[in-house]
Design a protein around this ligand. Structure first.
Ligand SMILES: Nc1nc2c(c(=O)[nH]1)N[C@H]1C(S)=C(S)[C@@H](COP(=O)(O)O)O[C@H]1N2
Ligand SMILES: [Mo]
Length: 531
């Protein structure tokens, strides 16, 4: 009896995808989900894009220290930084999901489903949620799931056929078909993703408000035109800011990842709550009312000592005192709780809207309709209060109420309820760490004490004697004031300091406090080297 050798064991290892291809499938699956979400959002409601919904929720939940860090590090680029950071995290997740799915689609599908659910949850938690906002994340989930599954199947078939062909050359044609099919499907998904992404951007990217802004045309003339800004209102030649900030350069702070797109034609404002008569206004009706035109310096509570989160513009708008008088504020009312179209809220003390200051619903800035990013078509501006309690942009609702009944956005996040702007001053030149010529040195800057007015600004070098600076021409109590002086500085390292005295007799405190909860304090101190 002859014996035969046992046949060599055949490999029964299942087909698997190469690492790069698996990673690519992860990116295609997640990418198609995002793009479809954007496209569907563009069709139903642009802000409901899953990517933006997640980003906006992230902003709402970010702990205060991280927010401060982001503003300190990225300034007004904080939103770009957030979007870029999200894109990197999502791309990394997509690659990992793909790599974990070399044999089976399970991990990739799970990641796509979880991302869809997270986006859906963010949509539900948004303050402006309506049922329709669930459509984009749902579309993302379904399309991403289907795309990844189909590509994964085709790719596995290709991998298996390729291996079979390597063992049995007669099966090469079959492998060729599987290969072409997988490549065609991937190409199709890639092209679909690109088209959905671009069309979604076009639909949601927002030119609607810009078009409406052009359409509303010039501002009606305000009956009491602003007194021209007098000569000598700034020391820009010495290095201070210009008195009026160009609208393009006006600081911008808000929680909106994408600038809300509001059209004047569909805008409306409801004034209600503790009033005798509710008022509903269209943009036309608001614009037809008595208008005032006033230079006002706005300031952000997050402005650190020496910071630049403040600007001045000539605002045109309807006095809030008029509107509230017409509505008839009931006794016991404490705050006007304002809501923006994107759900952001401010709480402004009723007292500050009726005490004679130029609090207004602004429709214009520097002689033109409000820029879209500064609240088009209508925002609130209240002299003397930090923006977070008073500057509601894209405003659409004002409820006259009590502090008990409503808690505005930033108070909920532990900032102070009332936000009067603190008397402060800043050295604009020389810049920190500047190298300057020893001898007589021009030192100039900005001081502000909205509602009160600046009485005096003092400067000193190296802890020496305080020296009064020359002040620019005062425009009104609610705007900044520039100052300049010359100091004699011998060669060496020097420390310059500034402090302001306001008209109430308050001398700016040297006690250093951070922005939270009610605005930073301390003397702006700049180190320079003279040679
Ligand atoms: N809708 C909306 N309005 C808002 C905010 C916001 O986040 N959303 N931020 C407020 C804050 S903190 C400031 S300092 C001012 C800034 O106004 P600006 O961007 O026009 O300078 O807007 C206020 N109004
Ligand atoms: Mo702010």
């Amino acid at each position: 009896m002859t014996t035969t050798a046992p046949p060599p064991p055949t490999e029964i290892r299942p087909a698997s995808l190469s690492r790069p291809w698996a990673a690519l499938l992860g990116v295609l699956g997640v990418g198609s989900a995002l793009a479809v979400g954007d496209l569907v959002a563009g069709l139903v409601n642009p802000p409901s894009s899953p990517f933006l919904a997640v980003g906006n929720q992230f902003i709402r939940l970010t702990p205060e220290w991280l927010k401060q860090f982001a503003i300190a590090t990225f300034g007004t680029w904080d939103k770009v930084a957030l979007l870029a950071g999200m894109a990197v995290v999502i791309a990394a997740l997509a690659v990992l999901a793909g790599l974990a799915s070399r044999r089976r689609p399970g991990p990739g599908l799970t990641v796509i489903v979880v991302m869809g659910l997270v986006a859906g949850l963010c949509a539900v938690l948004a303050p402006t949620f309506t049922g329709l906002d669930l459509v984009p994340p749902f579309a993302s989930l379904v399309i991403g799931f289907a795309a990844f599954l189909v590509l994964h199947r085709a790719s596995l078939t290709w991998a298996a056929a390729g291996r079979a062909a390597a063992d049995a050359p007669d099966r090469a044609p079959e492998a060729g078909i599987a290969r072409r099919r997988a490549l065609a499907l991937s190409g199709g998904v890639l092209a679909g993703t690109a088209v959905a992404g671009v069309v979604g951007r076009l639909l949601g990217g927002g030119s609607a408000a810009e078009a409406s802004r052009s359409a509303v045309g010039a501002l009606p003339p305000a009956p009491a035109p602003a007194p021209l800004i007098p000569a000598g209102a700034d020391f820009a030649a010495a290095g201070t800011p210009t008195f009026v900030t160009r609208s393009e350069d006006f600081y911008r702070i808000d929680t909106a990842l994408q600038v809300p797109q509001v059209q004047a034609g569909t805008w409306s404002l409801r004034v209600h709550g503790m009033v005798d008569r509710e008022i509903n206004l269209t943009f036309e009706a608001l614009r037809a009312r008595r208008l005032v035109e006033v230079p006002i310096t706005m300031t952000c509570v997050s402005n650190g000592v020496g910071g630049y989160l403040m600007s001045t513009a000539v605002f045109t708008g309807v006095p809030l005192a008029d509107l509230l008088a017409e509505a008839g504020v009931r006794p016991g009312a404490q705050q006007v709780f304002s809501t923006s179209v994107d759900g952001f809220t401010t709480g402004t003390p009723v007292r500050t809207l009726t005490d004679g200051r130029d609090a207004m619903l602004a429709i214009g800035m520097n002689g033109a309709p409000l820029p879209v990013e500064h609240g088009f078509p209508v925002r609130m501006v209240v002299p003397g209060l930090y923006g977070y309690v008073s500057g509601c942009k894209w405003i659409t609702d004002m409820e006259v109420t009590t502090w008990e009944a409503r808690t505005p956005y930033w108070e909920e996040r532990d900032w102070a309820r009332e936000g009067p702007i603190k008397t402060q001053s800043r050295i604009d030149v020389p810049k920190p760490d500047a190298r300057i010529r020893a001898g007589r040195v021009v030192v100039a800057g900005t001081a502000w004490a909205q509602r009160t007015g600046i009485a005096r600004v003092e400067v000193r070098a190296d802890g020496g004697r305080w020296q009064a600076a020359e002040l620019s021409t005062e425009v009104n109590l609610d705007t900044w004031r520039m100052w300049r002086t010359t100091l004699t500085l011998p060669a060496g390292r020097h420390t310059l300091q500034v402090r302001a005295l306001d008209r109430s007799g308050y001398l700016q405190t040297s006690i250093e406090q951070v922005s939270i909860p009610d605005g930073a304090t301390g003397w702006h101190t700049v180190g320079v080297t003279a040679a």
